[in-house]
Design a protein around this ligand. Structure first.
Ligand SMILES: [Zn+2]
Length: 285
């Protein structure tokens, strides 16, 4: 089935809103160890009749009119493997489900507060605000990012490809002397241009294929993209000149998505798959 791909921002906001603790065991939860659990299992999306029956039987809509399977109304942070080992078919009984949903519901204002914080501008010298928030809270230092890259090789899923998230603040780009004067400063167009700019920078040094894992994230003030490198020559990445782009996260595919690259992308998309530009890279207007 097509599993929902969480953005870094969603993951980070959820983790913060629960004060870095596991929803189930309530013990401290390292950001890197967090899995996002669905209170009502995600597979219900594929079984609309069963889902509808369950919604009625459990009185979900009466209690939580805004409930959706893939939304903060149904997500909870949990220790990877240890605390989210329900089998796909397991559905909690009604009372327990409603109790869990109630607890999740109580956190939603906090989640939105965190999201707003992440999107809020934090000064012109900062990179993507989610990264600055992460660094402020000492959960993602530059050294750690380097460490992640090194760990990818040694980790449990060492065969899984490297995924790097790149981000930038639009204001920094607009103020940069490097931005050609004929490029539109209009946000959507500039984002398209910048995404293509990143791809060009990568192509200048990376000789193996790479592609987006999901559409880019556009917050209005920032832009971030996640790119997977299925067969990277490691030396090449060090030659990258990423200019206004910053590396927000580097980890192996499994650690980010909790599934194998080959399962998620049985047929690697061709190089022209660029997230929300699925039809291809932006054309000049
Ligand atoms: Zn736990």
């Amino acid at each position: 089935m097509n599993k929902y791909r969480f953005s870094y921002t969603e993951r980070y906001a959820l983790w913060k809103a629960y004060n870095g603790r596991c929803f189930y065991c309530e013990k401290p939860l390292e950001f890197q160890d967090m899995a996002i659990d669905h209170i009502l299992p995600e597979r219900l999306i594929e079984f609309p009749a069963e889902f509808k029956r369950l919604r009625q039987e459990y009185e979900i809509d009466e209690n939580y009119p805004s409930f959706q399977i893939n939304d903060f109304t149904n997500w909870a942070p949990a220790h990877f493997r240890k605390c989210n080992i329900r089998k796909g078919k397991d559905i909690f009984p009604k009372k327990l489900t409603l109790l869990l949903l109630e607890n999740v519901h109580k956190r939603i204002p906090k989640v939105h507060q965190e999201l707003e914080g992440l999107y809020r501008k934090r000064g012109r010298d900062n990179m993507l605000s989610s990264l600055s928030a992460a660094i402020e809270n000492k959960h993602l230092s530059v050294q750690e990012i380097r460490k992640f890259v090194a760990q990818v090789e040694k980790s449990q899923h060492a065969e899984e490809p490297l995924v790097i998230s790149f981000g930038l603040m639009i204001e920094d780009v607009i103020n940069s002397e490097e931005l050609p004067s004929d490029v539109s400063r209009e946000y959507p167009y500039l984002c398209d241009w910048l995404e293509l700019d990143l791809v060009k920078r990568l192509r200048a040094v990376i000789t193996t294929p790479f592609h987006y894992t999901q559409p880019s994230e556009r917050s209005g003030e920032g832009l971030s993209v996640r790119i997977v490198f299925p067969s990277l020559n490691k030396g090449e990445i060090e030659k990258l000149n990423i200019s206004w782009w910053e590396i927000l996260e580097a980890a192996n595919f499994w650690d980010i998505f909790g599934e194998k690259y080959k399962d998620a992308f049985p047929e690697p998309p061709n190089q022209e798959y660029f997230g929300q530009l699925e039809a291809g890279p932006p054309t000049s207007r």
